[in-house]
Write a new protein. Structure first.
Length: 165
């Protein structure tokens, strides 16, 4: 019986030639889809303005928690026949030293996703990054117990770019 060099005996531990392209493709997809940011690109920078919290007048709010409300950019989506909604985009939350805390934070709250979510969060300093228009931008926020830190859309649209100038 005739066998080609591309076929390897079943007991062999070497990969077959046929598996090599699949492995190469799989690795390229895996590495190509992963966004790796240097922590320095998103770390807290004292020369960039920060957004400070406002006090809450609601007695029902937990005293130890702070709250974050980000008015991210929106995308128009058709839902149903002729109904369009301006759905809020997600944002990424980084620690002040630039390490990713949570990616793609859902920000679609009331009015079918048009209002941002009021998110309870541990008090501290954070960097929030989101795509505004077509540019990935970042804002620095402080969260204190019993307060709301609100980032208006104008602050995010005019915020520094994460990449380039």
């Amino acid at each position: 019986m005739y066998t080609t060099d591309a076929v390897i005996h079943p007991e062999s531990t070497k990969p077959t030639v046929a598996r090599m392209p699949i492995l190469a493709f799989g690795l390229s997809v895996l590495l190509g889809c992963t966004t790796q940011l240097s922590p320095r690109a998103v770390a807290w920078n004292d020369s960039i303005p920060r957004i400070a919290p406002e006090s809450i007048q609601d007695a029902g709010v937990a005293a130890g928690a702070g709250y974050l409300r980000i008015e991210t950019d929106t995308d128009r989506q058709q839902i149903g026949g002729e109904t369009y909604y301006e759905l809020r985009r997600p944002y990424d939350l980084y620690t002040d030293d630039g390490h990713l805390l949570q990616a793609d934070v859902d920000n679609q709250g009331g009015r079918s996703g048009e209002e941002p979510i009021l998110r309870p969060i541990t008090p501290g300093r954070y960097v929030v990054a989101s795509v505004y228009g077509t540019v990935y931008r970042k804002v620095q926020v402080e969260v204190r117990p019993g307060t709301v830190t609100s980032v208006p859309s104008a602050a995010l649209s005019d915020a520094p770019r994460v990449f380039g100038n």
